[in-house]
Design a protein around this ligand. Structure first.
Ligand code: XMP
Length: 517
């Protein structure tokens, strides 16, 4: 394990991901964790992240020098670099010359850390203070016009650091620098492979579950699909999956779960067709929050009933009762809930329908240590269909929040056809992975005049909302090629009779959210 000590930087998760891209397992810990607790995790190395503060600011998180006396290799980044310098007797000064953004590096000596990094390499900076003198025993490797000491190392003690952010893509050779530290200075080995992740998780789930039974809610999304497939690999027929079809899915999605997922995993799947029930409850409801409440509530009811049926069936004839519920909680959820520590039952708010706390199950969270890209890689390793593994995020309430106005089966059918065309053309253009998400929205209460053939039409507009994003917190509208937009527009207006206009949403988030409701 490599520990990434989080000094409150927005970069700690990114650092942890880059370490894992180097196939070394990493975990994020808060800077408030005592050094003894960090060492108790027996880390191969410790990385000190950047942070928002100046090392001299009041309340600035300091680094306990004991960290460097334990003989564990350490790498400081930005704030972590300065904190390391200061803790070991170097000088950090407020030079009055801040650097933000792209900076040219002047390399004085490559050392071990900067092998293959030339003078003129562009690195991403974001700092006010600077290290003006390295601690004794360190070799200074590089500087910049405004930073006398921008990189140093003491390979005998396994210590190194850089002022810039090697974890961001804008820093050239960033991953190489990180790997020089990990492999050559810290002696870490690239053993965190997808095959090992699968093996370790399967072993852990087996140990936890024993002979008991497990249920899992599948939503059609990547996380629940991969979580279930892992558990299925571990305990086979002891797992039953429940897929609640709320009738608000896109074309082909329910079939994909019913057919392709079962074919790929052989899992015992319990499909509940609850479309009528959801549509009845949603009848005439226009308010987006009201729609969400109804869908969330009904989802829980349907799932609870299904779970009870399965539990009852499992209890017969001396078959072990159901004790566990699988959740697709990811590592960022764990970190953001202030955790990563212990086995606290952190409720993920992003998961299927937000199942209630009083469901009497023990949680199994096989993805708790994984980032999204790792979840996808595990899904591929397990042989899940590519369309499932690379599926773009889709909201739990489904198409209900992509129909502006009340939801009914006719409107759903219109939107489904338009959406299927937009998705097919995006795929045909090879743009699926460039676009984060591509909501297609039906303005069900808006009509406009058109002309098709020789006749006047009075149809509905469809809104295309392709966006690019990193984490859905912010987003920008995707600059899709005109030819792709043209094909989508032509096909939708030709093939979906009720639609006579296609418009493009060119709003970023903020101010607009990704979804229209
Ligand atoms: P917004 O529209 O707020 O969405 O920019 C951000 C991300 O969250 C998804 N989303 C939802 N997911 N239940 C969900 O499970 C919801 O009610 C919901 N609303 C939005 C949205 O698709 C985007 O990925």
């Amino acid at each position: 394990t490599v520990l990434v000590v989080d000094f409150g930087a927005q970069y700690a998760q990114l650092i942890a991901r880059r370490v894992r891209e180097a196939r070394v397992y990493s975990e994020i810990v808060p800077h408030t964790m005592p050094v003894a607790a960090m060492l108790a995790k027996n880390p191969k190395a410790i990385i000190l992240s950047g942070g928002p503060s100046s090392v001299y600011a009041e309340g600035a998180p300091a680094v306990d020098p004991a960290l460097f006396q334990a003989g564990v290799p350490a790498f400081g980044i930005c704030y972590g670099f300065q904190a390391m310098a200061r803790a070991l007797g170097g000088t950090v000064a407020h030079t009055g010359r801040s650097e933000f953004g792209r900076t040219d590096l002047a390399v004085q000596a490559e050392g071990t850390l900067l092998q293959g990094v030339d003078t003129g390499t562009k690195v991403w900076m974001s700092h006010g203070d600077s290290v003006t003198a390295a601690p004794a025993g360190f070799a200074v490797l590089a500087g910049t016009p405004d930073t006398p000491v921008a990189a140093f190392e003491d390979t005998a003690r396994g210590l190194a650091g850089v002022q810039w952010h090697p974890e961001v893509l804008h820093s050239e050779h960033g991953q190489a620098v990180l790997q020089h530290f990990l492999y050559e200075i810290a002696g870490a080995r690239p053993t965190w492979t997808m095959a090992n992740i699968v093996d370790e998780t399967v072993t852990a789930v087996r140990a936890q579950v024993g002979a008991k039974r497990v249920i899992c809610a599948l939503s059609g999304g990547v996380d629940s699909a991969v979580a279930a497939a892992l558990v299925q690999k571990a305990v086979g027929a002891q797992l039953t999956c429940v897929y609640v079809d709320h009738g608000l899915m896109r074309q082909g999605e329910t079939e994909q779960v019913e057919r392709d997922y079962v074919a790929a995993t052989g899992v015992d799947l319990h499909v509940v067709d609850a479309a009528d029930r959801f549509l009845t409850q949603l009848k005439g409801v226009e308010d987006p929050e009201e729609k969400r409440k109804i869908i969330g509530r009904e989802f829980i009811r349907v799932f609870e009933t299904a779970a009870r049926d399965i539990v009852a069936a499992a209890g017969e004839d001396g078959v072990e009762p159901v004790e566990f519920l699988v959740q697709g909680t990811l590592y960022p959820d764990v970190v953001e809930s202030g955790g990563g520590e212990g086995t606290a039952n952190i409720k993920s708010h992003h998961n299927v329908g937000g199942l209630p706390d009083d469901l009497q199950f023990t949680l199994i969270e096989p993805l708790r240590t994984l980032f999204k890209d790792e979840v996808r890689a595990v899904g591929e390793e397990l042989g899940l269909p590519a369309e499932m593994v690379w599926r773009q995020p889709f909201p739990g309430p489904g198409l209900a929040i992509r129909i502006v106005g009340a939801v009914d089966s006719e409107r759903l059918a219109i939107l489904r056809r338009a959406d299927a065309i937009a998705r097919a053309e995006l795929t045909a253009a090879g743009l699926d992975r460039e676009v984060w998400q591509f909501p297609v929205v039906l303005l069900a209460d808006v009509r406009s005049v058109g002309v098709q053939g020789d006749g006047r039409t009075y149809g509905h507009p469809i809104v295309l909302r392709p966006v690019s994003s990193e984490d859905a917190m912010t987003a920008d509208w995707s600059r899709l090629p005109y030819e792709v937009l043209e094909r989508i527009s032509t096909r939708i207006t030709n093939e979906v009779r009720e639609v006579n206009r296609v418009v493009l949403d060119v709003t970023s988030k903020p101010p607009g959210t990704i979804e229209w409701e």
